[in-house]
Each structure stands twice: as C-alpha cells, then as structure tokens.
Design a binder for this molecule. Structure first.
Ligand SMILES: *[C@@H]1O[C@H](CO)[C@@H](O)[C@H](O)[C@H]1NC(C)=O
Ligand SMILES: *[C@@H]1O[C@H](CO)[C@@H](O)[C@H](O)[C@H]1NC(C)=O
Ligand SMILES: *[C@@H]1O[C@H](CO)[C@@H](O)[C@H](O)[C@H]1NC(C)=O
Length: 449
C-alpha cells in the first residue's frame, strides 16, 4: 500500500514537472519572438530589384531568379526530352497544362524540351476539345518564352518540333507519362494533387532506369534521346506553393500573350475607359467593372447558372458605384440579357468586345480573324485592366484572371488568394465553396497565375 502511494506520488511529481517544463520553453520562445524583431530575413535579391513590380499586368517583365534557383537545384540528364502537347480547352487550361509540363520537365532534369503546342477545339461544338494542334504562337509570344526560359534555365535545349531532336528515332515516339502515378497515391480522391512532387525527380529517374532494364534499352543520352509526353488532364496536379510565393508569382510570366493580341486587348481596354466616361455623364468616371459570364453551352451543369452569376455581379458592381461594365462571354444571347437587366435595374452600361470595336473597323477585323479561344485572350487582357473583376468559380479562366490580379497585392511576396471568401481588393468569384473536390477548389492550389 505504502509502496503504491509512493509510486503515485512520483507519477504526480513527474506530471507536475512535465507540465511546468512544457510551459517554460514556450514562454522563452514567445519572449524571444517579441524582443528579436530585428531585420527581416527576406533574401536581399528579392527586396530591391523586384519590389514594386506589378506582376498582375499581362506584359509584366519576367522575373527570372525564382525559376533559375529551381533549375539550379536540379540534376539534368541530356537525352531526356519532354513533350507538352497533350492539352485542351481554353486559355486557363492550356496555360496551366504547359506550365505544369515545364515544371515537371525541370524536376525530371529533362535537358530537352519541345516547344509546346496547343490543341484547338471545335468552334461549332465548344465541348469538342480534341481538334488539330496549333503552334505555341497560337496564343503566346514565342521569342519571350525562349528568351525567358533559356535565360533562367540554360540547361534546357528547346526544340522547335519533335523533328528537330538530334538522333531521335523516326518516327519520333514518346512515352506517355502521368507524374502522380510514379508515387504511392494514398488519399481517397483521385483528383488529389501530387503529394510527391518533391520526390518526382528521384522517382522519374528510377522509372527511366527500370524501364531501360526491363526492355533492354540504352539509358537516355544525346546519342539515344528518349521522349516523355505528359498525358492529357494533368494540369491541376502540382502543388504550386511548394516552390514559394516568389516562384508562384513569377513562373506564369513565361507565357506572355502574342504581341498583336496583347495590343488588341490594350486598345479594347482603352475603348472601354472611353465608354465608361461617356456612360457616366455626371462623374465622367473612367472606372469599370469586368465580368466573366460563363454560361456557354459547354459549362458544366452544376456550375452557378446565369441568374446566379449575373445577379451577383450586378449587385456587387452597383454597390461599388461602378456605372459601366465590360462583359466577357462567348454567348451573345446571354450577354444581351445581362446588359438589359443592368440597364433597367441599375442604369449600368454593359458592353462586350464586339460592341466596343464596332466603331473601329480595323480592330474589329483583327478580332474577327481570331478564333473563339484566341478572342478570349482579348477578354483576359481587358479583365486584368478593369477596376473590379467579377467571375465565377470553378471556371479556370475566371480563376486565372482573379489570381493574376491578386499579384497586385505584394508582387513577388503575394500570399495565396483566400478561397471561398468575399474576394480580395480586386476581384470576387461567385460559386460554391463547400467541397474541396466536387467544387474543384484544388485548382486554386495548382494554378500559376
Ligand atoms: C493523351 O492523353 C490521353 C489521356 O491520358 C491518352 O489516352 C492519349 O494516349 C495521350 N495522347 C498521346 C499522343 O500520348
Ligand atoms: C447561350 O445560352 C443559351 C441559354 O440562354 C443556350 O441555350 C445556348 O446554347 C448558349 N449558346 C452558346 C453558344 O453557348
Ligand atoms: C443559384 O440560385 C438558385 C436560386 O436562386 C439557388 O437555389 C442556388 O443555390 C444557386 N446556386 C449557386 C451555386 O449559387
């Protein structure tokens, strides 16, 4: 009995001591934090040169050091060539597919990269995605891409096409690759981002080795190059914030829009300012809202409907005293419907790019020779320019615009967009934010603006 009591006493004593000692280090740490608020530990290179850059601009200069740093950390293998062409959809999907592919190519140490191409879709049936391939310059500025990527990562050789890879087999063949399949998947939803992106390089090299042994092939080398093609649908896969905010904020800058489309976008934005001033006779305010109405025939059925989008947009814009709005949508009928309701309920003037360019025949012509998806780039540029953007989640186009505008906050140091709230100072996306998977919220974690 006495012995038991002794044990109890000791246990009590130990517990008390543990409790007490647990408190102590905490208190120390706190006080240290309070007194030691000296110099911030941001790297010097990121403070002077790059601060004050407005990375939300469609033609912002490319900040290369975050990419250069990632490329320097990689083990490169000459003879491994990545092909980034199995993509589809609008600009949001295409951009992120290409960026995902390039990011994985770096991690794989693929010293060869074929200039990405873009798969078009049918104009007659927007949901028919798998049409012919177009070149990189269907959307983007090729010179800018080459210069920026090579400048940051001289380890890459960029081939204009698969025909240009020296010593490649003819016809060229590439092994299809879904990066996340190289790790042990785990989790319970197959839309889960790749939790093994840090280990992808190791796993990829092991895969290459194993494959060579299995099929009795030579390892990749400049004499025996080996192609890898990222499969369709891998664009929402890479947990972008693993690379730090400066990388997230700058990487997308590789994909600048083609100069003529950028120019047309800027002109359209200028016409929009004039429209806003003319509409708001009293104030002559040139401010305008940007709206992305995503109700085209290929919008998914469980997305917010026309009424949900238009109602929320108009209410919000009017509460911000915006009397003019630029409307991006591929559906003319619905555009007219929204414009009517804006005019009758809020005395707000709403126009589309086609209406703005009506009085500028040369520009209208330039717009009309573009395809539906190319015309959307003009919208993208104007929406980046507007004073407040209203879009819809989970449209990758809306998300892309909102996240790029969000870079205004702190440039390179921008913290992630807060998902599911009231938006930020520049944008708000209506939508459903309950379910991480079914509401496609994982896209916010895998998108480079
Ligand atoms: C593109 O990806 C799809 C889906 O993963 C796959 O079935 C198809 O074979 C790929 N195309 C090529 C050319 O590899
Ligand atoms: C436009 O929206 C209407 C519904 O208001 C729909 O019936 C039509 O298919 C849509 N058109 C396109 C081109 O998406
Ligand atoms: C859309 O509006 C309807 C009716 O107002 C509402 O029941 C529904 O929950 C809304 N959906 C979304 C996604 O906001």
């Amino acid at each position: 009995m006495a012995r038991q009591r002794g044990v109890l006493f000791v246990v009590c004593l130990i517990s008390l001591a543990t409790l007490w000692s647990c408190r102590l280090p905490k208190m120390c740490v706190y006080s240290q934090c309070n007194t030691d608020s000296g110099p911030r530990t941001t790297p010097a290179s990121s403070t002077n040169i790059d601060d004050g850059l407005d990375l939300s601009q469609p033609d912002a200069p490319f900040v290369s050091w975050p990419l250069a740093r990632v490329c320097k950390e990689t083990t490169w293998t000459p003879g491994i060539v990545f092909v980034c062409d199995n993509n589809s959809g609008g600009i949001g999907n295409i951009r992120n597919y290409i960026l995902t592919c390039v990011r994985y190519a770096i991690e794989a140490g693929a010293a060869g990269l074929v200039l990405p191409t873009i798969r078009t879709r049918s104009e007659a049936d927007l949901s028919s995605l798998m049409q012919s391939q177009q070149g990189f310059d269907y959307f983007f500025d090729e010179g800018h891409f080459r210069k920026s990527l090579q400048g940051a990562c001289p380890q890459f050789t960029i081939y204009s096409s698969t025909d240009d890879i020296p010593n490649a087999m003819s016809p060229f063949q590439a092994e299809p690759l879904t990066p996340r399949n190289l790790g042990v998947r785990g989790g319970c939803d197959n839309r889960e981002l790749n939790k093994h992106s840090d280990r992808f390089g190791l796993q990829f090299r092991a895969h290459v080795q194993q494959h060579a042994e299995e099929f009795n092939m030579l390892l990749p080398s400049p004499k025996h190059p080996r192609g890898y093609r990222l499969n369709w649908g891998v664009q929402w896969d890479f947990p972008v914030h693993r690379d730090g905010p400066e990388f997230v904020a700058s990487f997308g800058g590789l994909l600048k829009f083609r100069a003529d489309i950028l120019d047309l976008g800027r002109k359209t934005a200028a016409y929009m300012r004039a429209f806003a001033a003319a509409h708001d006779q009293a104030e002559r305010s040139r401010a305008y809202a940007g709206m992305h109405l995503r109700t085209e025939s290929d919008a998914l059925s469980n997305w917010p409907r026309f009424e949900n989008q238009s109602g929320a947009y108009l209410k919000r814009a009017s509460s911000m005293k915006l009397q003019a709005a630029y409307l991006a949508t591929g559906n003319k009928t619905e555009a007219e419907k929204l414009a009517r309701s804006a005019s009758s309920t809020y005395d707000m003037g709403v126009v589309t790019k086609h209406e703005l360019l009506k009085d500028h025949p040369v520009d209208l012509k330039a717009l009309e020779v573009l395809t539906w998806d190319q015309q959307a780039l003009v919208d993208f540029v104007v929406l980046l320019d507007c004073d407040y953007f209203l879009g819809v989640s989970p449209s990758s186009f809306s998300m892309n615009v909102a996240l790029k505008r969000h870079l205004k906050a702190d440039g390179l140091h921008t913290r992630p967009w807060k998902v599911g709230g009231d938006g930020d100072a520049w944008s708000w996306l209506v939508g459903s934010y309950q379910r991480y998977w079914d509401d496609w919220l994982f896209m916010y974690d895998s998108l480079w603006p």
